[in-house]
Design a protein. Structure first.
Length: 135
């Protein structure tokens, strides 16, 4: 289950059970945009913490990410197996975008401009031109 806790009283004010009966649900984190990512086995769920809307629940076409960022284009981005991936939740398609080397951290500094960081350094990617060519 995921839920909201009133820190003043210590009481749960909202609870949402994503996988009834599950004993191994993992909350992987919450993005800067307030999207909670949880996994249960091969399934993943994305929950908007402001509206409590389940944005996606199901399997992915690739391995679930360890970190996830929502881009200004509304799509999700993550690093897995030394690649930066774009995940279109509505279509449930994943697309490799760029080589990420040994980077494990990513953020969108401004629309279409991503920063990746890891043991090899800090790198910038301009996805604006690439995004224009695919739309």
């Amino acid at each position: 289950p995921t839920g909201n806790l009133d820190t003043a009283t210590g009481k749960v004010v909202y609870e949402h059970v994503l996988w009834p009966g599950s004993e191994s649900t993992t909350v992987n984190g919450i993005s800067e945009a307030g999207v909670l990512m949880a996994t249960d086995g091969a399934e993943i769920a994305l929950v908007d913490t402001a509206t409590r809307e389940v944005l996606y629940k199901g399997t992915m076409t690739a391995l679930p990410p360890t970190t996830l960022r929502r881009g200004s284009d509304g799509l999700f981005y993550y690093i897995r197996d030394e690649r930066l991936w774009r995940w279109d939740v509505a279509a449930n398609t994943t697309t490799p975008v760029a080589n990420a080397g040994r980077c494990g951290l990513l953020t969108e500094a401004q629309p279409g401009r991503w920063v990746l960081a890891g043991t090899e350094g800090v790198f910038g990617l301009n996805l604006k031109a690439e995004l224009r060519s695919t739309r």
